[in-house]
Design a binder for this molecule. Structure first.
Ligand code: PMP
Length: 430
């Protein structure tokens, strides 16, 4: 193929090496119907990654389809400039109802990354509106991922993704989360907190916010850490007058086992960001939700203090209608029970799995990971998964699944078996 013929520029891909052979024809439930261009065959594959973790109901859910069809006959899109509409008002109300008490005001955007940008802009302007213009730096965690737009890259810590831009980054500090996983010891938590406090002692006058992916750093390697750290960090953020931001783009809507990762703690962040599963994985959309304290920071008789941001597609009626239906299904069909069941199967299947090629296995909510010692081991995995009827896409040294919540026991076990058998058969397959 000539370089000119490569019309689609695919994500995270060295296009020169791209040999894309899977073409999705349709999706039904947890299955993707895939045409394999190399083998000239069509196959239904059980999807283990739910389209970067957003398709929590699987594909082609009839109720979600109908929510969009009904809305499209009314209006597909209209700007929120000077106008409002029912789906956006209802969704804002619903999000305020289901997120922890105190988060009251919702700003919509069209992707997780932009939702993060919005949160950072809000934090910086919150202080500049008080004439605290030095408070503009941000603290992030090492190994964090918050998206691919500029400030989101900068507050993240992903050399593999964003190394090409590192020389443009400034105004950000990175600190380690506590070691020890979900149940860190007090000592491990104190070590991490003292790093945070030392930074705040010297720099708080220049810092606007501390942003975290609460409890699990997903793209950074599925690193789980303690809710107690977040509770104590909340106290430090208050003491040193900086805002605390939770990026729940990946963790929101059940992925960690509770509705939101925030629900594992007794605190609320000043700003919470939701995306991905917000629309049930149907359309790009995100919600940046703030406390009234933050909202009040913009409340004035002057436009100078207003939040001057407005993505064209914010509050898109189709996205809002499908989000409302997705949340309705989530609550009505007791998704948290489904999630708990999947979690216990994942634990049984993966946590005891030991092998000389495996560094560690981790399970948190509906996320199961086999971390291997050398990423090269996973090179042939995708083909192997295809042959065994699944679509699973590892990255780095992480062989992971983050499937939809509609899988039955057999399907969850099938995904785990494929992962484990690949490792067990590795020396033969190679
Ligand atoms: N924050 C987190 C924690 C994420 O995992 C992601 C996406 N993987 C984003 C932000 C960015 O979301 P989007 O891809 O919708 O821009």
């Amino acid at each position: 193929m000539n370089i000119e013929d490569k019309k689609v520029w695919y994500p995270y891909q060295q296009m020169k090496l791209d040999k894309r052979i899977y073409k999705v024809l349709e999706g039904k439930g947890p299955y993707l119907k895939i045409e394999n261009l190399e083998k000239n065959e069509i196959k239904d594959l059980l999807d283990g990654v739910s389209s970067w973790w957003c398709a929590v109901h699987g594909y082609g859910n009839e109720e979600l389809n109908n929510a969009i069809k009904e809305q499209v006959d009314k209006i597909a899109h209209v700007m929120l400039g000077g106008l409002s509409h029912s789906p956006v008002e209802k969704l804002a109300e619903k999000l305020v109802e289901i997120t922890p008490d105190g988060l009251n005001h919702v700003f919509f955007s069209d992707s997780g990354s932009v939702g993060v940008e919005v949160a950072i802009k809000m934090a910086i302007q919150y202080f500049s509106n008080q004439n605290l213009k030095n408070k503009k730096k941000i603290i992030g965690l090492t190994n964090a991922y918050h998206g691919d737009t500029f400030k989101a890259m900068e507050i993240g810590d992903e050399p593999d993704f964003h190394g090409a831009f590192k020389h443009t980054f400034k105004d950000t500090f990175h600190i380690d989360p506590p070691k020890g996983g979900f149940n860190s010891s007090d000592e491990e938590i104190n070590v991490a907190l003292s790093i945070l406090e030392d930074l705040l002692i010297s720099e708080a006058d220049n810092i606007a916010a501390f942003i975290v992916e609460p409890l699990i750093q997903a793209s950074g390697g599925f690193i789980v850490y303690s809710p107690k750290y977040l509770e104590k960090a909340r106290e430090l953020c208050d003491r040193y007058n900086i805002l605390f931001i939770f990026d729940e783009v990946a963790t929101g809507f059940g992925r960690t086992g509770k509705f939101f990762a925030t629900n594992y703690t007794n605190i609320i962040p000043d700003i919470l960001i939701l995306g991905k599963a917000l629309t049930g994985g149907y359309l790009g959309h995100s919600a940046t939700i703030t406390t009234t304290k933050v909202f009040k920071g913009f409340w004035s008789d002057s436009y100078e203090h207003a939040f001057m941001h407005g993505p064209t597609f914010m509050g898109n009626p189709l996205a809002c209608a499908v989000s409302l239906k997705s949340i309705e299904i989530f609550q009505r069909d007791n998704y948290l029970d489904k999630i708990e069941k999947i979690n216990s199967i994942l634990k049984n299947e993966l946590l005891e799995f030991k092998h000389e090629l495996v560094k560690e296995t981790r399970v948190f909510g509906v996320t199961g990971v086999i971390e291997v010692k050398d990423s090269k081991i996973l090179k042939e995995f995708q083909k192997y998964a295809y042959e065994h009827g699944a679509y699973i896409r590892p990255f780095g040294s992480y062989l992971y699944i983050m499937p939809s919540y509609i899988l039955d026991e057999v399907e969850v076990k099938k995904l785990c078996t494929i992962m484990k058998n690949y490792i067990l058969e590795y020396l033969n397959v190679k």
